[in-house]
Design a protein around this ligand. Sequence first.
Ligand code: PMV
Length: 300
Amino acid sequence: MKASACGKIILFGEHSVVYGQPAIAVPVSGLRIYANISKGKGKIYDPPMGEVIDMADRKNPLAMAAWLAMEKAGKAGADFDIRISGDIPPYSGLGSGAAVCVAIMRAVGMWAGREFSPEELAGMSYETEKVFHGNPSGIDNTVVSYEEPVYFVRGKPIEMLRIGKPFTIVIGDTGVKGSTKEMVAHVGKLLKESPDKYNAIMGHMGEIANSAREIIEGDSPAKLGPLMDENQELLRELGVSHKSLERLIAAAKQAGALGAKLAGGGGGGNMIALANDAMPVEAALLNAGAKRVFTTMVGK
Ligand code: PMV
């Protein structure tokens, strides 16, 4: 039996979302993690990470995903093995941590004859996100569990976003590993040192997310471009961008992208560009050293 979960991109509001500002994230259904479950002895094989995990290891987030799902399904005893595969690289800002855990939970649910609701999955995967990130806002596990565009405010009921008119996003992978945990800790330090300055930046990012929501629900998504650029400028000020990201962002813009920014924790990982015409942007990204490009249509 095989279950899966999607990747995600944060269009607006990474980092500020940790501090209660709104953010917008969308699923990337074409990029997925798979969890294959079969009779076994309680092991999780994770070739993308080169790991074999014992489900008894309660500190491991993947093992935790499995036993949280077992508990929820009322199933005693791990009489199964799980094999992970898929095409969301870890440490890349595409939500691989949340996706692997949600895929595992769905697989365990199947094994136990129980289909979890998105709400149940989001609740369980928030617990595993804490192990991955330390201080997660909850946006990743929410968008991955619901596989719907979301307007997300930490601690508030989730709101689904209606996409007024579909738009094209090109995703470019720098190939540089970015640690979300480190980036979130870095931003936390800045806020402690200069609260006025950095709280103002957070507030500004929140305003951008609110403006973006109106545009997304309207019928002129091209207007998102300048907001992406503005959001990226603020992310630069937080020090979470990276030269590899800047190189791809500049290349995308030169090739006609309407706006571009990093997506996720930063420090490497993926960038996103809004494009009228995806092909020249994809070519420019590859030319500028992107390890992989992927185009997704938001709202289709
Ligand atoms: O790097 P990712 O895909 O895990 O995204 C992290 C988003 C942050 O806002 C930086 C952290 C969070 O918990 O929301």
